[in-house]
Unconditional design. Structure first.
Lengths: 598, 396
């Protein structure tokens, strides 16, 4: 296909505004039926597996015969849908020339609409606004257009009304893709430059890289080089999804597809990296590459200390197909040997924990998530510290900087006060308010990332009856008066329970932490004193009264199975308990700090 | 329908010595608020949800259940009629089931044959007929001598009916009698409990079962408890009540032999000891549980719980079992420990595998003062009894 007939585009939308339904309709309209195609794909999965490729529908190639009689190659590129993966989204956008901005006709513009649209504008993409769900009774096309113009600042006069569900407006969208989105530029004769915009790991083939070829072309047998790491590989296979997998001869200039090259880990195909040819390398890589940067950190410890080696193996294997995960050994006085792991965000952390437990059969203790602080010590050195346990004593600290985010919150006017209160409670710095329509406001705040980890999103949703939408991007660190709060059980500090907090919140959150521990730590055979302290100064204290007896029910022939099952359940529960000195702590105890901001 | 496991009793020597036989009578004059047993209220003014002839059908079905038993011929070491309220049946029905049972499972010499009875459901003539039919032990569900307690518990009898029932049983010739009492009742205090014990003693039972009230799932008490409307004594007070019970029993010639059971010498409940020693037992009647050896290992069976379903299965010649549970070595071991530690004699150290974790567990028990080790028997101390679940978990 010659370059002038190629279009690379993606669909961006707030969650539930109909992105996947629209994708399905576009695929159908171009003759590939996704529904049955998926069934077919499932049929061919086993074969593909034997051959060593698992399917991830991250980019689909469609052939569209336009009204002008010409056939165009349309590459529809998928974008991840969560703020944790913002960088991955930006790379997917960088692989495109245009984007369909889908807005729900009854909901209007939401936070992710704005965040995604502004990212697309930063990539200089041609943005085609699409007003979806026009069939709904509350659809208000005019208002949606007005919001797009006000909030996203693009011309929405030729926005395309559609109903993906009912197949209305699909052809108009395809025509707009052909005629409004520019054909890819790029030099077919130049040295290869291909952007890796996504990747996944396949047990047999190694890393599978999804690439957008900007200059030159790539084919099986080529010796390629990753420009950031200089590592070299031989290309095994190239191909596309239609949506069925189709192995091809080459990916030419302006087009997208996947390639495999016996890359042993997902890190070999880093998202954002530029692929070039080893013996005819490009001079400059494509712009925008950065190594995955973890933002949220927590300790991962095996409940059973003997599983430490198993945990190491599991994390190493997980790392093979999760390039954004970082880890290093950590030793806790309370929890023994484990790992300090870094994640893109809370969702990413949850996914990783679940995979470690489910796929590798481990029982894990997670410590509360923390962020990466920049600590300026009084005697000079500047360190990055993400583990509260490693925080220096107050008198050794000159200045602490904490990461912040630039956040966008959209709410109906009636909730502006609620949201502002919440943001101020979380030490937010107000930036400005915009009104895309008279009924709704966009609030811009700079917020400490650490405060967002403490159920900010839940509070925001509940405080606005679910109406608020929220998005953020990383901003510059700011200096803050932060202190470490230690938690002592029966007088002994438990390092894994320490947390970092702004000094003005220390008393309240110390108190809340003690309360929360009282709630989640089961009564023990002895009284447990729980204290929160800054340095040597105790700021909150309480105690957990001991229990005096087990439940001793009668036990005859008909009770034995049930009694035994109760014991088995308790035994299972005990496995998840961690013995700290004489005190047994459940997993929830280590996440108590997440509840202290209520 | 679940296929019945093939019995292996012929090959098993233990069965030829006899087994414990349990018969479940799932009917009560009314359902008590704390009770989670398989029982259905059948009052004289009609029975909500139950058809009129269901009791008679259930008696028939239980007789048929016994007659078609794959374990027929295995001697009965002990027999226990429980419920529900066995004495809520007409006496002819009750004795008919016993007669059948004695044919199917010939009792060994001196077999203990118990029926539970509720004060208020048995009179002199019923006790007398039961004694003649072969019952030789009565377990009376007294629960409390305080009328306010009895009302709160939902019992149908008054305090004065307890002594009347005991008197009738004695007159009928029962010289082996148990009283069930509960402590830790709503609003009960230590003094109230001690008064109960005094009143029980005055009736001179051979055996006392003294239980702490437990709040079981799916009971009226559980719903009250969850909504904060059930005011139970604190666990500290419950421990004092337990101490008082033990002290009282010992002072008056009853010896504790199980965590909740006390007896005059020689009057320990032989039937329940079979359970606690993890010996095999058979169960007949709706919801009855048995645990017997099969070619596939020990199998615990539960009969269909609802009398109607049970009757339908038996009448259609089908299998009355709702559930089979084949016990693995691991579960057998866990149950032996769990049950054995309830007994004052404890468990033989030979029962425990020589693993490091078990040895650590024993050490912890001894360190904490929860158990003692004498003549190779590991048994719980008074303190250990309060923590018998924890203690079990240290060993399994």
């Amino acid at each position: 296909m010659d370059q002038s007939h190629i279009r690379n585009f993606c669909i961006i939308a707030h969650i539930d505004h109909g992105k996947s339904t629209l994708a399905d309709r576009l695929i159908e309209k171009c003759g590939a039926v996704r529904g049955s195609a998926q069934a077919q794909m499932l049929d061919t999965m086993d074969i593909e597996r034997e051959r060593g490729i698992t399917i991830k529908m991250t980019a689909v190639r469609l052939n569209y015969k336009a009204k002008d009689g010409e056939t165009y190659e349309l590459n529809l590129i998928d974008t991840p849908g969560h703020v944790d993966f913002t960088y991955e989204v930006s790379r997917s956008l960088a692989a495109c020339e245009g984007a369909l901005l889908v807005v729900d006709a009854s909901q209007g513009v939401e936070a992710q609409t704005i965040a995604n649209a502004s990212m697309a504008m930063n990539q200089n993409l041609e943005i085609i606004p699409v007003i979806n769900k026009i069939d709904l009774p509350h659809a208000d096309i005019a208002r949606a257009k007005e919001e797009i113009e006000q909030a996203v600042a693009i011309d929405a006069s030729d926005a395309i009304p559609c109903s993906a569900k009912n197949g209305i407006g699909i052809e108009d969208i395809l025509e707009a893709v052909v005629h409004r989105i520019p054909a890819p530029a790029g030099n077919p004769n130049g040295p290869l430059r291909a952007l890796i915009f996504d990747s996944h790991f396949d047990t047999y083939q190694g890393a599978v890289a999804y690439v957008r070829v900007k200059d030159g072309s790539v084919k099986p047998g080529d010796k390629i080089m990753m420009m950031s790491t200089k590592s070299k590989f031989d290309v095994d296979q190239v191909g596309v999804f239609r949506p069925q997998l189709e192995v091809g001869n080459m990916i030419c200039t302006g087009s997208t597809g996947f390639l495999t090259a016996a890359m042993k880990t997902i890190g070999d195909a880093g998202v954002g990296d530029t692929v070039t040819l080893a013996d005819n390398p490009a001079v400059d890589p494509l712009p925008g590459y950065r190594a995955a940067k973890p933002m949220v950190f927590c300790g991962l410890f095996p409940s059973d200390g003997e599983q430490y080696e198993d945990l190491r193996d599991a994390i190493e294997r997980l790392k093979l197909n999760d390039g954004a995960l970082s880890f290093e050994p950590e030793t806790s006085a309370a929890l023994g040997f484990g790992f300090r792991c870094g994640f893109l965000g809370l969702l990413h952390m949850d996914i990783a924990r679940e995979r470690l437990e489910r796929e590798f059969g481990l029982d894990l203790i997670l410590t509360a998530p923390s962020v990466d602080y920049i600590v300026h010590r009084t005697n000079g050195p500047i360190e990055h510290i993400s583990n509260p346990a490693e925080f220096p004593n107050p008198h050794e600290v000159d200045l602490i900087e904490e990461p912040t985010v630039y956040s966008t919150i959209i709410v109906p006017n009636e909730f502006i006060g609620t949201v502002m209160n919440l943001c101020h409670e979380r030490r937010g710095v107000y930036i400005r308010t915009e009104h895309p329509t008279p009924q709704r406001a966009i609030l811009f705040y700079k917020l400490p990332l650490g405060e967002i980890l403490l159920d900010f999103f839940d509070r925001l949703k509940s405080g606005t009856r679910g109406y608020a939408s929220f998005d953020y991007e990383l901003s510059d660190p700011m200096a803050s008066d932060l202190v470490k709060v230690d938690i002592l059980l029966n007088g002994d500090p438990v390092d894994a329970l320490s947390f970092i907090v702004h000094r003005s919140f220390a008393y309240n959150r110390g108190r809340a932490m003690v309360e929360q521990l009282k709630k989640v730590v089961p009564r023990q055979q002895y009284e447990v004193r729980v204290q929160a302290a800054i340095g040597a100064k105790v700021i909150a204290a309480d105690s957990i009264k001991p229990y005096r007896k087990n439940v001793i029910a009668k036990c005859y022939g008909g009770d034995i199975t049930r009694k035994r099952k109760l014991l088995e359940k308790q035994k299972e529960g005990k496995k998840r308990m961690k013995q700290i000195g004489s005190v047994e702590l459940p997993q929830e105890a280590f996440l108590s700090v997440l509840k202290v901001a209520e | 329908m679940i296929a019945a496991p093939v019995p292996e009793w012929a090959a098993s020597k233990s069965l030829s010595d006899g087994i414990a036989i349990y018969v479940h009578i799932p009917f009560c004059p009314s359902k008590c608020g704390y009770c989670d047993f398989n029982s259905y209220g059948v009052s004289k003014d009609g029975s909500p949800g139950l058809e009129e002839n269901l009791v008679a059908r259930t008696v028939q079905a239980t007789v048929a259940d016994l007659e078609q038993s794959p374990f027929a011929g295995v001697p009965a070491k002990t027999i226990f009629f429980g419920g529900g309220t066995p004495t809520s049946l007409e006496v002819d029905d009750l004795t008919k089931i016993l007669e059948t049972l004695l044919k199917v499972h010939p009792p060994i010499e001196g077999a203990e044959i118990t029926s539970e009875a509720n004060p208020g459901t048995a009179d002199a003539s019923k006790f007398s007929a039961m004694r003649k039919a072969g019952f030789n032990r009565i377990s009376l569900g007294a629960q409390s001598f305080s009328s306010t307690d009895l009302v709160r518990l939902g019992r149908i009898h008054g305090a004065d009916q307890i002594s009347a029932a005991v008197e009738c049983a004695r007159k009928a010739g029962f010289d082996n009698l148990n009283l069930d009492l509960m402590f830790g009742l709503p609003h009960q205090n230590l003094q109230g409990w001690k008064e109960n014990l005094e009143q029980a003693l005055a009736l001179k039972p051979e055996h006392l079962s003294l239980y702490c009230l437990t709040i079981e799932p799916r009971t009226a008490f559980k719903r009250l408890y969850d909504s904060g409307k059930l005011h139970l004594p604190s666990d500290g007070v419950q421990v004092q009540m337990y101490d008082a019970a033990r002290e009282f029993a010992e002072q008056n010639g009853y010896k504790q032999y199980e965590i909740s059971n006390y007896a005059k010498s020689g009057y320990e409940c032989k039937h329940n000891l079979e359970y606690w020693m993890a010996n095999p037992y058979a169960g007949y009647g709706p919801g009855a549980v048995g645990c017997l050896p099969t070619t596939a290992g020990p199998c615990r069976t539960t009969r269909l719980l609802h009398p109607r379903r049970y009757c339908e299965a038996i009448e259609s010649g089908g299998n009355p079992c709702a559930e089979l549970e084949f016990l693995t070595d691991e579960t057998v071991f866990m149950e032996r420990i769990m049950l054995g530690l309830r007994l004052n004699q404890g468990i033989s150290m030979q029962l425990l595998p020589p693993s490091q974790s078990v040895r650590n567990g024993v050490d912890r028990l001894l360190e904490r003062g929860w158990a003692t080790l004498q003549n190779n028997q590991l048994s719980l101390t008074r303190l250990g009894q309060d923590f018998c679940s924890e203690a079990t978990l240290l060993l399994v």
